[in-house]
Write a protein that binds this ligand. Structure first.
Ligand code: ATP
Ligand code: MG
Length: 305
């Protein structure tokens, strides 16, 4: 448990970090306004202190998650999108490290299977939505339908859509469908928080080279990732438009600088803590009957030999 004073300081720091990268109204948003190398006011030398903060943050998150579970009212959906090697996996691992695995579920969305392609594109994601009391994490998501599918139009051809539905406005339409879907989720008590880990092209190259040079990281290397890199500008355009069209107060995007992994992790943790702190999560209030049962339980236990 964190002392009340430290907790207030931590919560106010989280609020500042969350606000720094939050996009609640996409209109006019420009990706160029966020520097992937930004670390706000924190310097590299502050890294040790930042790691300490992260560990306090994960304890707080664990506490919130326990109450979320006990209260059984809200669900939390965290969506992670990024270019390859931006650190989605590591961020999820570190930020959720203190959370009870039973209260949290990660789903990684890859290229759709034949069965998935036979359904509408939200179908597979709907099945992975968190229940009340749980945190659901989407490692990639339905947003790929406005990103990789837009950058590679041949993927859209595979989706078996009637030709009359394949107009040029399909990306705009999909963003509108997603906005409505997320409205529906938030109206049903599912908090939606979206993270774009914003990596620079230069840092991606450095990380790919590290995967080639370091035998322990060779397994992470994929030649396909190098080919995808050639479409960088098309991806950035698709990301920017998608954020412009789907950032809203009820389902904000967080465009988090991703060139420094330690900072990405802190900024993501801070944004989740800030959102959960506002839910005013409490352990359930015990009614008279429940209290009577506690007393009865105590009496029975103490009456044993
Ligand atoms: P990592 O590379 O860090 O392990 P990843 O999320 O990149 O994680 P991969 O298995 O490398 O996982 O890639 C998954 C691929 O699936 C991505 O290239 C992504 O664009 C693709 N994908 C996800 N959803 C869709 C979709 N709806 N349609 C087409 N491709 C998709
Ligand atoms: Mg990959």
């Amino acid at each position: 448990m964190i002392a009340a004073k430290d907790r207030d300081t931590l919560l106010s720091q989280c609020h500042k970090l969350a606000k720094a990268y939050q996009v609640v109204d996409g209109e006019g948003f420009r990706l160029a306004s966020v520097d992937p190398n930004d670390t706000l006011h924190l310097q590299r030398d502050d890294k040790a202190m930042a790691m300490q903060r992260l560990s306090e943050g994960t304890s707080l998150l664990a506490e919130f998650q326990e109450r979320l579970y006990a209260q059984d009212r809200w669900g939390v959906l965290l969506i992670f999108q990024a270019m390859d090697a931006a650190g989605k996996d590591g961020t999820i691992k570190h930020v959720m490290s203190g959370v009870n695995p039973q209260g949290c579920h990660v789903t990684s969305f890859k290229a759709p299977t034949a069965t998935e392609l036979d359904h509408d594109y939200l179908w597979r994601c709907q099945q992975a939505l968190p229940e009340r009391g749980r945190i659901g994490i989407f490692n990639r998501s339905y947003y790929e339908e406005t990103l990789v599918v837009r950058v590679h139009p041949e993927l859209l051809q595979k989706q078996q859509l009637p030709p009359s539905l394949l107009g040029d406005d399909i990306w705009k339409r999909r963003c509108s469908e997603i906005r409505h879907f997320e409205d529906y989720l938030s109206n049903n008590g599912i908090i939606v928080l979206k993270f774009f880990l914003h990596l620079s092209r230069k840092e991606q190259k450095r990380r790919f080279l590290e995967r080639l040079d370091n035998p322990d990281k060779n397994w992470k290397f994929s030649l396909g990732d190098i080919h995808e890199r050639a479409h960088w500008d098309a991806y950035m355009k698709a990301y920017e438009e998608m954020i412009q069209r789907t950032a809203r107060p009820s389902a904000p995007w967080h465009v988090v600088p991703a060139d420094n992994k330690w900072f990405t992790r802190i900024a993501v943790a801070a944004s989740i803590i800030d959102a959960m702190a506002r839910l005013d999560l409490r352990l359930p209030h015990l009614g008279e009957e429940a209290r009577r049962q506690l007393e009865e339980g105590r009496r029975l236990l103490l009456a044993e030999d």
